[in-house]
Design a binder for this molecule. Sequence first.
Ligand code: ADP
Length: 492
Amino acid sequence: MLNRNAKLNLTIFQRLSLGYLAILIVVICLSGYSIWKLSQLNQIARSLSSVDIETIRTANNTKDALLSLAANGEKFIVSRDKDFFQQFKLAEEFMNTNMRLMDEVLSDQINKQTFIVFRDRYKTYLADTKKEFQWISNQKTYDAYALRQRKTKRLNELITDLDKIIRMVRGDMQKKIRTANTIGNEAFHFTIFATLTAIAMALLIAFFNARNINDPVVSLMKGTQRIAKGEFDIPLDISSPPEIKALAESFNRMCARLKEVDQLKADFIARMSHELRTPLASIREATSLLLTDRIASSSVSRNNLLIIIREECERLIRSVNSILDLSRMESGMMDFQMEKCSLPPLLKKNITRLQPIASKKGIHLRVKIPPDLPVVFADWEKLDQVVGNLLGNALKYTPPGGQITVSAAPKTQSTDVQNPQEMVEVCIADTGCGIAEQDMTTIFEKFRKVKGKGSGLGLAIARHITLAHGGDIWVKSRPGKGSAFYFTLPAV
Ligand code: ADP
């Protein structure tokens, strides 16, 4: 089955960003659509208030002005009263103003056409009226009945034209209001739909993001609970998101390391119990023999037994001291008594001490130390421990007939070009069994043992000591050919 998370291997940051981006796009679309619809509604509202309502108002005013003009004109013709003529003139001016306004506000082509017809008719009506005024003032005879008939007909036509314009504009207004209603309804439904979609999307994205992050975190949590119970065997299989995948990989590495450390601890306890139990058993056996009459009567046996007891006691002390030393060094509680030390006497003292064992094993011990070797700043006791351990190991892992060479030489450490450090390099080389490539770094870890008896602490302690002195320790070896252990110390 294809892992769901493997298909979409996005980081937590990418997942959250993409989720928010998707919601943002929906919100932007929704806002864009709403703005577009609102601008349409706004346009319609503006057209209704500034064009249609204004046109109807002007058309009504024109109608009033026309009726006033016609009434005052008729009254003047009948009464010849100047006041009516003045009123007629005022109405004419009002007519002119309103017609100018109508010409400006009318936008529709059909309405404009109707208005042009209206204007032409009005001009002829006005011309007839003014002609009649002239005839009256010149007391000219004319066919008053026919003229009135014509003027009444024209006036009716003018009123019909204005009514037509008002009707058509009202029709337009109705249409616009219906369109506005449709737009409003559409916008309302779309907004509800889009809002619900955005909410559903936000919930889905939040749910999937939370689940995709939560599931691996829960696996990780269960893994740590397993570790707490001491189960290191089940590795975590998390393929995404990459951050948690990396965390799971580190977690698996940590599990492997913990398992290794757990194994080392178990091995160490087994080895230490063997290390402690063996000398204790020998001591118990030797003391019980000493207590029996038969052995007590023989002085040779008694001496041998006492020597065995002493050696086993020393072995016990060495093991316990090693453990205590290492734990003190690891916790930073080891005190170093630093002083100027000359290495040749220290190396020679150790060689002299081990010479009898080497001779007994048929191993040739060689020394190559220049007389002018620089003095080092070190803790004599601790350095003695390092050299003793390296020489002891060389003796332990070199077969009879082999050779051990102890050499030392000044060396310049060039890590800092500006300020090169003068060092002294000591080498203890043997022609023993050698060390496999893969063990060359791990043997410096505590409790690491490849072969032979021992606690696996000697090299770990030697490494702590050399590093604490500002030096280093390493090994070069070829299996079957021998090993060369090097350590450096800063020269004074
Ligand atoms: P131990 O006290 O058990 O010898 P060390 O820390 O001194 O522990 O050494 C760790 C391991 O390194 C040993 O178990 C051994 O396998 C390897 N070793 C150390 N010195 C030598 C050497 N000179 N030649 C071959 N193997 C060595």
